[in-house]
Design a binder for this molecule. Structure first.
Ligand code: FAD
Length: 260
């Protein structure tokens, strides 16, 4: 069973603050040397819950990592009560992250809702590599928008909201496209991007993979049990056969995915 090398770690909460009406940003201190790429995730234990909760790493450095999470149920609600110093038992560095070798010079980063989380760390990595990413962030409504100022500090950033409303957050002085990230792509000349990275709701990923005429990779999501490849409950049928989203994913190349 040498293939299964999940890494268990205890991190400590440094900061855990709301940054939107349903979104929190949590900074955890601890050893991140096991991480190899943005797009990997952690699977955090929540007291009283049998299953851990998978959360993408938004950003990491040598001393810790940042998570963004939406409060959607009992587990993420419990996480909002973790205060400074709280020990967080987690499986870390899970899955395969984004491959920055394939980006070309001007990649597009396409995020929907809380799917923007791993794209922030990715944007920083690409810029550090001398590349010129452009981010397109999509949310249902202006009130859902988070991290706009942070993205704008790293790379050119476009914003779409489904209802066309504007965000009331730092960095909110920006043109808003009413609709989806795909509408931003239709509206603007985004240069000669030859590669895209995407994370967000399934319909968005589907639309991008079927309609965007450049290569790319997407981070897939699924309910999962173990998070490190044993229970098989997150299996996905791909052109290369069944793959586990937690183990061979969550990031998959566009050309390997099957859309029915
Ligand atoms: P409940 O609905 O009460 O959860 C009940 C059970 O369902 C739990 O076992 C929970 O883990 C599972 N579950 C519920 N929704 C999801 C879902 N969408 N995906 C997977 N399992 C789910 N959310 C964020 O807010 N930020 C992130 O960065 C993020 N990254 C993710 C990365 C991966 C690889 C995956 C698979 C999911 C990610 N999610 C992320 C979704 C997050 O895991 C769920 O929102 C969370 O587990 C819900 O837990 P809950 O107890 O609040 O909700």
């Amino acid at each position: 069973m040498a293939e299964f090398k999940e890494i268990k770690a205890v991190f400590h909460v440094e900061e855990n603050e709301p940054i939107g009406h349903k979104t929190y940003r949590m900074r955890l201190a601890g050893d991140t040397s096991a991480f190899s790429a943005t797009g990997q995730f952690v699977n955090v234990a929540v007291w009283g819950k049998f299953l851990r909760r998978p959360i993408s790493v938004c950003d990491y450095d040598a001393s810790g990592l940042t998570l963004l999470y939406d409060v959607v149920g009992a587990g993420t609600e419990a996480m909002t009560h973790w205060s400074k110093g709280w020990p967080v038992n987690s499986l870390i560095a899970l899955g395969n992250g984004f491959d920055t070798n394939r980006s070309g010079d001007n990649p597009l980063l396409l995020g929907g809702g809380i799917g923007i989380a791993p794209l922030y760390g990715l944007a920083k990595t690409l810029v550090a590599q001398g590349k010129h990413p452009t981010a397109i962030l999509g949310f249902n409504s202006g009130k859902d928008v988070v991290m706009l100022d942070e993205f704008r500090a790293v790379c050119p950033t476009y914003l779409a909201t489904v209802d066309g409303t504007y965000p009331d957050v730092p960095g909110g002085d920006i043109n808003v496209t009413q609709g989806y990230v795909t509408d931003v792509i239709d509206r603007y000349d985004l240069g000669d991007a030859a590669y895209f990275y995407a994370c967000g709701p399934l319909p968005m990923l589907r639309a991008l993979c079927l309609n965007l005429n450049i290569e790319g990779e997407v981070s897939m999501e699924s309910r999962m049990g173990c998070g490190f490849g044993i229970c098989m409950c997150c299996s996905l049928e791909t052109k290369d056969g069944a793959k586990r989203i937690c183990k061979e994913g969550p990031v998959f190349r566009k050309e390997n995915l099957i859309w029915k």
